[in-house]
Design a protein around this ligand. Structure first.
Ligand SMILES: [Zn+2]
Length: 219
């Protein structure tokens, strides 16, 4: 089973992707995390991704995504399913992912969209912090209480993502509207989009996802 999970920043798609990976024993490809990790490396690709994420605040090109996905996809045994979190974000990337999957004898079975209102997205993203060590996403006021708190998972230093400033968040929402909305419309037309209300507790969102998958399987 191969699943794509889409949603605005702060929609909780990372959490849900992790839950899906656990329940169905899937490989969780977290594109944002993968890119952030590469961005820390002192290589031409690392520097390019850093600049795109923190200076230009746009999406990485399909070419870069292609290179990374290629390496990732080939490293996963065919019998193991995948949950894609954070890709594809553009129609270009959809096309590439479909081709790459087909080549490997895989296909996307379910596309989930976890939807939250724009205002909620801004509020959640501004509360988000990142562990500099294990890259865990931590929510201010929930997992950590004060700005100087350490990561409860590994004790690492915690900071705000460089692009989680109000203008960075707004910019990414705009990119979502312009680039990712067409992806949602594409899957909607195909009849494979499962829409989930992200304004519910984590457990309820997950229950809705499981229901949506079952319903889709039967249709
Ligand atoms: Zn940590």
């Amino acid at each position: 089973m191969n699943i794509v999970i889409l949603g605005q920043q702060g929609s909780g798609k990372g959490t849900q992707a992790a839950l899906l990976a656990e329940k169905f024993d899937l490989e969780h490809i977290d594109m944002g995390k993968t890119l952030r990790e590469i961005a820390l490396s002192d290589t031409p690709l690392g520097r390019e991704i850093y600049e795109i994420q923190n200076v230009r605040k746009t999406l990485v090109s399909s070419k870069i995504l292609r290179e990374i996905l290629n390496v990732k996809l080939k490293s996963i045994p065919l019998k193991k399913g995948i949950v894609f979190d954070g890709a594809p974000r553009t129609l270009d990337q959809v096309k590439y992912l479909e081709d790459a999957m087909l080549e490997l004898g895989r296909k996307i079975d379910y596309v989930l969209f976890i939807s939250i209102p724009e205002q909620e997205s801004i509020e959640r993203a501004s509360r988000r912090r990142l562990c500099n060590n294990c890259q865990a996403i931590l929510v201010m006021g929930k997992i950590i209480k004060k700005e100087n708190d350490r990561c409860p998972k590994c004790g690492g230093e915690v900071s705000q993502r460089k692009d989680d400033t109000p203008e960075g968040i707004k910019k990414r929402l705009e990119v979502f509207k312009n680039e990712t909305m067409p992806v949602l419309e594409y899957y909607e037309k195909e009849g494979s989009l499962i829409k989930i209300d992200g304004m519910q507790p984590v457990k309820k969102v997950f229950a809705d996802i499981i229901k949506g998958i079952k319903r889709q399987r039967l249709s």
